[in-house]
Design a protein around this ligand. Sequence first.
Ligand code: PLP
Length: 393
Amino acid sequence: MADAFPELAPPLRILMGPGPSDVHPRVLRAMSTPLVGHLDPEFLKLTDATMELLRRVFQTRNRLTLPVSGTGSAGMEAAFCNSVEPGDNVLVCVAGLFGERMCDVAARCGAKVARVDVEWGRVVEPEQVAAALKAHPAKVVAIVHAETSTGAWQPLEEIARIVHDHGALFLVDAVTSLGGVPVEVDRLGIDVCYSGTQKCLSCPPGLAPITLSDRAVEVIHRRKTKVQSWYLDMSMVERYWGQERLYHHTAPITAIYGLYEGLRLVHEEGLEARWARHQRNGDALHVGLMAMGLELGAQQGHRLPVLTSVLLPQGVDDAALRRDLLTRYNLELGGGLGQLKGKAWRIGLMGHSSSETNVLYALSAIERALREVGVVIPEGVGIQHACARLEMG
Ligand SMILES: *Cc1c(COP(=O)(O)O)cnc(C)c1O
């Protein structure tokens, strides 16, 4: 039966889509080390260190800061199902697919959902949130920091102030931003913030770091109804991650090894240096793509360095071209989502994938592939502009 079930031999791809990103060899090595029990004193030390490293990357002193078992969407579920009780009013800012997903999740928690909608690619303006809160007072206001479907980078500071003036909890999706651009949980007073491991933290998918402010924890402890998800009930989960070390569900040990090593890499590089690296490489990619005559999807001035949405020239076959890039160059880019399906690409420069090498490689592969299908691009123009931008530092 050896023929029917060949040995696992995944190709070595360059992961420049919307996640997962390339995983550092040190993380992969950590994940091949021996298991210990999830209540082993050595493992408990590791969970404490992981929580401390997570606080640093979230820039918070929140006690309740831990990785939820599950991908980024489990973080989203945990954020909503703990902070929302049936009948609560929730205001969701929708600027793309992940804002839409928040509405769905909140509604499934029994929330009465009001929304602020903006055109995909644009960011939500503070005045819109203020007006919406005046019309629909809410217990929780939710927003996506880095909208991975559009490449837009949502400013949070003024909106945070408005939300707190209204006495609401501020809930932020930092799945694509954490570890790539600053996520300032304490300075902005974000009450509930979650992320995922496979984007700018460059670990495999499977964990969702989350942090809750004391205010959020108080709201959870004052709930009149039980959290409808047993698995994601933070008041139970925290008893394993806290002093009691009470069994709730078996911690995904190997995934936590990987996250710990990934966070150590973040710590060694330093947050400031890491943000600067992502910004520099993102800027170079943007400049290079625009020099090739391509249009970026996100609003100018609010473009993420970690995820770039670029519109395809008319008549280009999205799926065929991306398949070509994957098979000939081992280069994975993401397709458009929702209303941008078939019309845009999403190029990630996240974590370990954010390198000068990858910027130049992707620009040359894209140029070659587009020229081959007849798009007129002066030879090497993207690379030249990107290099000039990189040399500026
Ligand atoms: C990827 C992503 C998610 C969902 O994470 P999964 O790991 O795919 O479950 C949620 N929000 C944003 C902004 C994302 O980019």
